[in-house]
Design a protein around this ligand. Structure first.
Ligand code: 5GP
Ligand code: ZN
Length: 114
């Protein structure tokens, strides 16, 4: 499949891994917007949050069960933020479901601007 993140999972494109198991991969974003910026993805290809179903949602649950550990491994000491951009208005650029784990500084809120 011609999917950037599936290629990262397959090792065809190198990445700086933070955590990996049978269900998920967490790696450093190539263009970080915060001191800690990790992308967490299910190994099973799901295109976006719009594609989460009762059949595949356990992959998402497993990611959220692991996020506190991934955040610690990545260096978040005082909290963090998890964001998933969905579709055009959400600013999604890679069509494989992913969660941005952001931290390492006090993050501003709200994040949206026009
Ligand atoms: P989106 O814009 O879809 O929410 O997030 C995609 C993210 O993937 C962006 O933050 C972008 O910097 C990151 N990204 C795109 N290509 C690569 C890559 O080849 N390697 C890594 N590590 N991150 C990437
Ligand atoms: Zn994929």
């Amino acid at each position: 499949m011609d999917c950037l993140f599936c290629k990262i999972i397959a090792g065809e494109i190198p990445s700086t891994k933070v955590y990996e198991d049978d269900d998920m991969l967490a790696f450093r974003d190539i263009n970080p917007v915060a001191p800690v910026h990790v992308i967490v993805i299910p190994k099973k290809h799901i295109a976006s949050m719009d594609e989460i179903t009762p059949e595949n949602s356990c992959a998402v649950a497993k990611i959220f069960e692991k996020i506190p550990e991934i955040a610690r491994l990545a260096g978040c000491e005082n909290g963090y933020r998890v964001v998933s951009n969905c579709g055009v208005d959400g600013g999604q650029t890679v069509p494989h479901l992913h969660f941005h784990l952001l931290g390492g500084m006090e993050l501003s809120w709200p994040v949206f601007t026009k």
